[in-house]
Each structure stands twice: as C-alpha cells, then as structure tokens.
Ligand binder design. Structure first.
Ligand code: ATP
Length: 459
C-alpha cells in the first residue's frame, strides 16, 4: 500500500531539474529529464517489509526508463543525492496512465499502431550506436521524438550516403515518439511503396479511390524514406506534395530521408524543393572507426561466435564505407564459422571474406610516406620535424613518426634517426617507448595514430 505523506515531491523534483540544467546540455535535459514527472513523496516498503520515504517519479515508458538508467544514472543519482540529502530514496516507475492509454489504444484496434506505423521493432535508439560521426544527429533525433511537430525540428531532412543509418534513425524517432505519446498516429513508408500505393490508387475506379492520400493526411508523424525514389515521377510527387502540405500546415511532424543533399536532388518539383530547403538538415556521415568497432563488437557478442579482436579490428579498418557492408561481412563470417570444422573464425578466413567484398590495398608504406602522413595530420612540414627544436608541438609528431616507422616497416632505429636528422638512435628508441605508453592512456592520441595508419593503408 503506498500512502502519499508529503506534497513536496514537485518542489524536490524542480530543485533536481535546476541542478540538472546546470550539469547537462539543454538537449539532454529536454530529451531525458523533462519527460519525467514527479508524483510526490510516498512511503514504500523494501523486500524485508521495512518502510522508507521515497520521491516517486514517473518515466513515460519502460524503454525510456531503461535507457535513462543506462546513460544517465550517475548524473541522476548525484543530483538526487544532493537534493534529498540521503534522507529519502528515489523510485522511478513507468507512468501507469501512459501504459493504460497504450493498452486501451491497442484494445480498441488490435495491433493498430503496428498496422499504421510499419515501423520495425529492431530499429530503435537503443540499438543505434553512437560516436563522434553521428552524435549531433542522434541528439537532434532524440529531441524530435520527445516533442514531435515542434518547430524548428518539425520537418527533418535526413541525408547521407547509402547504408549509414538514415532509415534506422528515422524509425527510431517514430518508435520513441509512439512510446512517449501513444495517442499519436505514426506512419513509415518508403518512396517505392508510396509509388506502388499511388499506382494502385490511380488504377482503382471504385469508391476507395484517393483514400491513400487521406490515410497519410491523418498522420501526426510521417516518415518518407529514400525520397530520391520519387525523382522524375511527376504525378506521385503531386500526391506527396498534397500530403506534405496538409501535414505541414497542421503542424505535424514530417521526416524525409534521402541519399543525397538537397542541392543534388534534381528532378523534383520546384514547390517540393522550396519546402525541402526550409527543412532542418540532419547529415549522417560514413561511420568512423570508433563506430565501426562498436557495431562489430555488438554484432559479434549477439551472435555468440568466437571472433578475436584482431579479426574485428581488421574488418573495422578495411570496411570504412557503410554499416550495411560491415553487417554483411560479419554475417558471412558468423555463418562460415557455424559450418567450419573448428567452429571459430581465424584471421585467414577474415582476410578471405573481407577481401571478397573490398580491395585490401597493399600500398607500400615507407618511412617517408609515414613522415608525410604524420605531418599532414598535424598540419606541419617534414622539415620542421627535422629541426633540433624540442617544442612539444614538434616533439610529439616526431615521436609518432618514430613509433609508426617501427610498427609498420623493418627500418632500423639508426635509419629512422637519420630520417629525422637525429644523431643518436636511442632517441628513437625512447620516442617509440614514449608513444607506446601514451596511447594506452590517451584516447585522442590513439585515435589520431589509428587514422594516420588507415590513411597510409589507403583507407
Ligand atoms: N549507428 C548505428 N548503430 C547501429 N546500427 C546501425 C547504425 N547505423 C546503421 N546501422 C545499421 O546499418 C544498416 C543500414 O542502415 P540503414 O538502412 O538505416 O541505412 P540507410 O542510410 O537508410 O541506407 P539507404 O540509403 O541505402 O536506405 C541497418 O541494419 C542499421 O540498423
């Protein structure tokens, strides 16, 4: 039995929010903390039957709560400890009212949301991995899902090369918006399916004609994937415009994905292009090394297959173009391992399979190409590294050259010293050791050296 004993829950939570606003950025605050509601201070019982006071908060959904705990538990704990001074606990439950509305909606029309949304359960924020190359897009996407239809995010144009996560991110917005706002009608449609619906509708001479436009015009959040598929299809574009304009004027949320930036989207009606040019642009780039590693490690862990770190690293380094390509390689390896005699994947197999999809460049790496690549990365000239100056901005790149020459070539310490205009080969030995130690501790340096290596290998 939970008996409210104090009305001060709102005030306590407001104090927490003030601290959270100072401790985090506005987007995180809006996405992860604003949707939390304070219920009040209640008396709760622990497993031993002992009572304690708790500030009870409601999160809008189970998924939301899990992700909140995964990503922001430390911050939340720090802030609530500071406000509550250890005198009461914090309990976060899923808001029963939202859960009830969700169940009622499903009961009214079984599978109503799945039917109208066509969203895939796997394409969620929780399964969309983050790194520097997509962080900003991810934050904007989360903010859109928290408050669909709110300017300036009410029309999102997500673009980037094929296979980098545009569909995943747009569907994740739809999924999260449905969890937070179960009353919303959400629908996802690819441009090819939209075109097929349009053709079917045009051929229909019966009473149902035109219903597909009306169907999409009822949506609160509409996702149209791969809009470039409508290029040159004048009549389908007109239908799209009718839907778009209707939703836009009503302040609904529209998300469009495209594999080229608007400037390269030739063959679309001018009135559509002028709308697109006013959209909030969200660019997703090719996955960087960190993201490629992260995705591969997750896929390997999910599969339960034994795949050494060396193999993961090899795939991550040699398949930089898109996530779909990475997923294809890992799926192939996993399947091979299931049918192989040893039941596991080794480097030879990894090389064979990756080599079948991409060309693994065998470009020669020499001390001079290393010197040039390091200088390019640090914005220096090779001659600057050959001077006697020991200034830190020269000493570090110089040691990086020493380290990479040792790692990637068979050149002696003496020859490396000569390359850098040093008399003593022990300077090179010391430089190599220094970098070996630092990359264990300095993530940025490690990342930079990896990028230089990839560049040298032609990636
Ligand atoms: N950051 C990410 N974290 C996890 N999985 C990702 C990520 N980015 C992409 N993927 C996965 O990569 C695959 C391709 O992504 P998606 O279909 O969203 O690409 P796309 O950019 O829409 O491609 P296209 O332009 O060809 O339609 C999907 O399986 C998706 O789940």
């Amino acid at each position: 039995m939970q008996t409210p004993i104090s009305p001060s829950g709102d005030t306590l939570w407001q104090r927490c929010m003030l601290l959270l606003a100072q401790a985090t950025d506005p987007q995180t605050l809006q996405t992860w903390f604003t949707p939390i509601r304070s219920v009040g201070v209640e008396q709760r019982e622990d497993e031993k039957g002992e009572t304690f006071d708790a500030l009870v908060l409601y999160a809008p959904s189970e998924q939301f709560l899990n992700t909140l705990m995964e990503r922001h538990f430390d911050l939340l704990k720090q802030v609530t400890d500071s406000v509550l001074g250890g005198e009461m606990e914090v309990v976060i439950d899923v808001d029963p009212e939202i859960a009830r509305r969700q169940i009622a909606r499903q009961a009214l029309s079984p599978k109503a949301q799945e039917y109208t949304s066509h969203l895939s359960a796997d394409l969620r924020f929780e399964t969309f991995y983050e790194s520097a190359c997509n962080r900003e897009a991810l934050r904007i996407a989360e903010a859109t899902a928290a408050r669909p239809g709110q300017a300036p995010l009410n029309f999102l144009f997500i673009y980037g090369p094929s296979g980098v996560g545009k569909t995943h991110l747009s569907q994740a917005i739809g999924q999260r918006a449905m969890e937070l706002h179960p009353e919303l009608r959400v629908s996802y449609v690819s441009s090819s399916k939209f075109e097929a619906q349009f053709i079917r509708d045009s051929l229909n001479r019966g009473p149902g004609r035109g219903t597909f436009i009306g169907f999409y015009q009822q949506m609160d959040l509409l996702i149209i994937d791969d809009i470039q598929g409508l290029i040159g299809k004048v009549k389908t574009q007109q239908a799209f415009f009718d839907i778009f304009n209707h939703l836009y004027l009503l302040g609904k949320q529209i998300i469009v994905t495209c594999d080229v930036p608007p400037i390269d989207l030739k063959g679309m009606e001018t009135r559509i292009m002028t709308r697109i040019q006013s959209a909030m642009m969200l660019r997703i780039d090719r996955p960087d090394l960190e993201l490629r590693r992260k995705i591969l490690q997750h896929r390997v862990a999910e599969s339960g297959v034994e795949l050494g770190e060396e193999c993961v690293e090899f795939i991550a380094e040699n398949m930089p173009d898109n996530v779909r390509q990475l997923e294809g390689a890992i799926r192939t390896l996993i399947t091979h391992s299931k049918y192989s005699d040893q039941g596991k994947v080794d480097m030879a197999m990894t090389r064979r399979i990756v080599g079948g999809s991409v060309s693994i460049d065998q470009r020669e790496i020499t001390p001079n190409t290393i010197l040039e690549a390091v200088c390019e990365s640090y914005g220096l000239q090779p001659d600057q590294l050959r001077t006697s100056s020991r200034r830190a901005e020269l000493a570090l790149p110089r040691q990086v050259v020493m380290y990479l020459v040792k790692k990637l070539t068979n050149v002696s310490y003496k020859a490396t010293a000569k390359l850098l205009n040093r008399n003593d080969h022990t300077t090179v030995m010391h430089g190599v050791k220094s970098i070996e130690g630092r990359i264990e501790l300095e993530q940025d340096l490690k990342q930079r050296i990896t990028e230089i290596e990839l560049k040298l290998k032609g990636r």
